[in-house]
Ligand binder design. Structure first.
Ligand SMILES: Cc1cc2nc3c(=O)[nH]c(=O)nc-3n(C[C@H](O)[C@H](O)[C@H](O)COP(=O)(O)OP(=O)(O)OC[C@H]3O[C@@H](n4cnc5c(N)ncnc54)[C@H](O)[C@@H]3O)c2cc1C
Length: 429
């Protein structure tokens, strides 16, 4: 096909990255985005403000020479700073090597950098405020509503990529197909973000190079650093139950809860209850579907294909890796076969990281303060240090390598047996 027409729906993290991958291969792409250009507006309340970027996301950026542009905005987080209720703080490094570090980055800044890079290519046209209403898969027609004029327009494309996030409109077209599998599972917890400001002289009020966690068994607060010296805290809490979002209805109740559970954070945030009622509560779900394509003309990537809960800090990283792997396929077998084969290649990995993300919630909110977990973690780190070629912890494999997630999951199961044997042989617990 000469000059095929390509559309990407959604200019979030995955879509804007994908546009650059296409343009660098000389393909012309139209990108349609529901929202206003993120560069001209304040951060969107209710979407995570900062995120953990790690190896897989970084590799995908490096492939298109975008890492140097992003690097100045990354804050290294070398491990977890665990805040106990009695005020003590312990530091748990993420890995065993110097480069075993994850990075805090602003979602908005990252999206802005990618969109500004996309502007450099004549081959990319980004159309903002165009809400996709529907994809007619039979005639390969996308239908958009202009958010300013409410005008409806229709466009025919040879190839359509749905990177329009967890509540994808493109996915709706796939749902009409026979034998399309779909599930959406909400967890009982929601999340709320609160800003912990910098000191009067602009300094960080908590250790800067750490991801802070206040584990409280059934719920937790976390905090990631921002470039301006502040931290973004996120409270993960049941909707119903005690404590629960539905139960925190007055300033008094919120302040009492925070003072009791997170006294240090409460003092540093300052206006907890004000922010608590001003900021939205977000829900969290795992979305699984299969297959991600219809024939050779439409494909879902990123959250549209596999939304996961955020507890492994991998949703964006996995989405970026999708893009990198898709283009590896495109280069090898051409676009038609790459689209047709992609979910067969990647779905098992998406399922594995979805599962590990759910499991990591228990680790973060509970296990990080459990002595037997800490002892096993110490053994894992010792084994990894002594045998880096044959033993890597699950966290290391997920965050600091490109080992396919499904393989990581299997190796993680094997790891537990190796640790059990070590404990038996060394009477280590
Ligand atoms: C609280 C929280 C914390 C997180 N933390 C991390 C983390 O630390 N590390 C990590 O790797 N991941 C994290 N994630 C996950 C990460 O946010 C997602 O995996 C990532 O944003 C997926 O990128 P995407 O481009 O597929 O989707 P999105 O970023 O959601 O982008 C989709 C885009 O499509 C647009 N769109 C939607 N509908 C339409 C439509 N009908 N027409 C046109 N455009 C449309 C949207 O406006 C948006 O711009 C977190 C998620 C949450 C909720």
């Amino acid at each position: 096909m000469s000059n095929p027409k390509v559309a990407i729906v959604g200019a979030g993290l995955c879509g804007s990255l994908m546009a650059i991958y296409f343009a660098q291969r000389g393909w012309h792409v139209d990108v349609f985005e529901y929202r206003k250009d993120v560069r001209g507006v304040d951060a969107d309340a209710g979407r995570s403000i900062n995120m953990a970027l790690s190896h897989r996301g970084i590799e995908a950026l490096k492939q298109i020479d975008m890492f140097a542009a992003v690097e100045p905005y990354m804050i290294p987080m070398k491990g977890r700073a665990v805040h106990m209720q009695d005020g003590s703080i312990s530091f748990q490094p993420y890995g065993t090597q110097k480069n075993h570090v994850i990075y805090s980055i602003s979602r908005k800044v990252l999206n802005e950098i990618l969109l500004t890079a996309a502007d450099q290519y004549d081959a990319i046209e980004v159309h903002f405020e165009k809400k996709c209403l529907q994809y007619d898969a039979i005639n390969q027609i996308l239908v958009f509503e202009d958010q300013q004029s409410s005008k409806i327009s229709q466009h025919q494309y040879d190839y359509v990529f749905g990177t329009d996030g967890a509540f994808s409109k493109v996915r709706k077209a796939l749902m009409k197909k026979d034998r399309f599998n779909y599930s959406q599972d909400y967890i009982p917890q929601g999340y709320k973000e609160l800003c912990l400001p910098c000191s009067d002289d602009g300094n960080f009020l908590l250790e800067k190079e750490a991801l802070h966690i206040w584990p409280r068994k059934k719920f937790m607060l976390i905090a990631l650093p921002n470039m301006d010296g502040s931290f973004t805290c996120t409270l993960f809490l049941d909707y119903d139950g005690q404590p629960g979002f539905d139960d925190l209805n007055s300033e008094d109740q919120v302040n009492t809860f925070f003072k009791r559970e997170f006294p240090d954070a409460f003092a540093l945030i300052g206006n907890v209850s004000e922010q608590f009622f001003a900021n939205p509560t977000g829900s969290l779900a795992t979305i699984r579907c299969d297959p991600w394509n219809i024939d050779n003309h439409v494909l879902l990537l990123g959250d549209a294909a596999h939304a996961i809960v955020p507890f492994f800090g991998q949703g964006m990283n996995a989405s970026f890796e999708d893009v990198q792997l898709f283009f590896q396929q495109l280069d090898q077998v051409g676009i038609d076969q790459a689209i047709v084969g992609f979910s067969k290649l990647r779905k098992k990995d998406a399922d594995a990281i979805a599962l590990m993300a759910l499991e990591n919630f228990v680790e973060m909110r509970d296990s990080v303060s459990d002595p037997s977990y800490l002892a096993r973690r110490k053994i894992a780190q010792k084994l990894e240090k002594e045998n880096p070629d044959s033993f890597q912890s699950r966290y290391t494999m997920v965050s600091f390598t490109s080992i396919p997630y499904a393989e990581v999951y299997q190796r993680g199961v094997e790891n537990q047996k190796i640790i059990d044997t070590y404990i038996l042989q060394n009477k280590a617990l």
